[in-house]
Ligand binder design. Structure first.
Ligand SMILES: O=C(O)C(=O)[C@@H](O)CO
Ligand SMILES: [Mg+2]
Length: 258
């Protein structure tokens, strides 16, 4: 049975962030993920996790200046110092939170810039992170984002991510397989999952096209979950969706997995 993690950035959004931990635990989740922890001291977040018996399973490196269109710095040439500062910060948080995996955000590539230079920079920064995280047993994952969500992001297809993972060539660096983006860009999800076997260490789910609960839309998630079980997937499945309405009211799909 998949180990579902509530994504506290998207779910339980009707509550202030720090109250979402309790709400997730009450709804039956044992695991949580969210985009960024950096607004709060790591110890405060860890206390919330412990208070409600939750395990944090994923968060991201900092996004940079979102108001300027940034979405990760780790692939931007000549900004390695900032990217590595963010990677070091993520490691400090991961150690306090006891988090097994960190998503290293790549970058948006401005029109006219060399994608190859961005890829090269990303590979070098991910190798830096790999070396830093390895002694602590922490995995790294890299994620493709569909253009309707993040136009011009360096990684669009799952095969863009796979290319970087294989180029980095380190045993703690994996694909973050978000089926919402994968369906938007690549499709053919069963074959894709087979193709990526052993290469992904974290999954995220949402319906397509509306990014809601995984009980509507064009993806048959029950089929995918059964397939992941058959494959022996041991990682987590992050529920990175925008609830149709109130979060708990939409959790009917989760009843049988509690
Ligand atoms: O948007 C997504 O999908 C994510 O997983 C974010 O963490 C990064 O954009
Ligand atoms: Mg995602």
């Amino acid at each position: 049975m998949p180990k579902f993690a509530a994504n506290l950035t998207m779910m339980f959004n009707e509550l202030p962030f720090l109250d979402r931990f309790e709400a997730a635990a009450k709804a039956g989740f044992k695991y949580v993920e969210y985009l960024w922890p950096y607004e709060f001291p790591a110890a405060e977040l860890k206390a919330k996790l412990d208070q409600f018996g939750l395990k944090q399973v994923l968060f991201n490196t900092a996004a940079g200046d979102i108001s300027q269109g940034e979405w990760g710095l780790s692939a931007i040439p000549n900004r390695e110092a900032e990217a590595r500062r963010d990677i070091d910060q993520a490691l400090e948080y991961a150690l306090v939170l006891g988090c097994p995996t960190v998503h290293i955000m790549a970058a948006v590539v401005p029109e006219g810039e060399s994608r190859q230079a961005y890829k090269q920079t990303f590979v070098e920064n991910v190798r830096y992170a790999s070396e830093k995280f390895k002694p602590h047993g922490i995995n790294i994952c890299l994620e493709a984002l569909s253009p309707e969500v993040k136009p011009n992001y360096l990684l669009k297809s799952q095969f863009d991510t796979l290319e970087i993972v294989e180029w980095v060539d380190r045993d703690n660096v994996f694909v973050q397989l978000d089926y919402f983006h994968a369906q938007n860009v690549d499709g053919n999800l069963s074959r894709l999952t087979d193709r990526l076997r052993g290469k992904f260490c974290h999954i995220q789910i949402a319906s397509v096209p509306n990014r809601h609960e995984p009980d509507e839309g064009e993806i048959n998630y029950q089929y995918i979950f059964d397939k992941l079980d058959e494959m022996g997937y041991q990682g987590y499945v992050g529920c990175e969706y925008k609830p149709r309405g109130e979060t708990v009211a939409g959790l009917g799909w989760f009843e049988k997995y509690k």
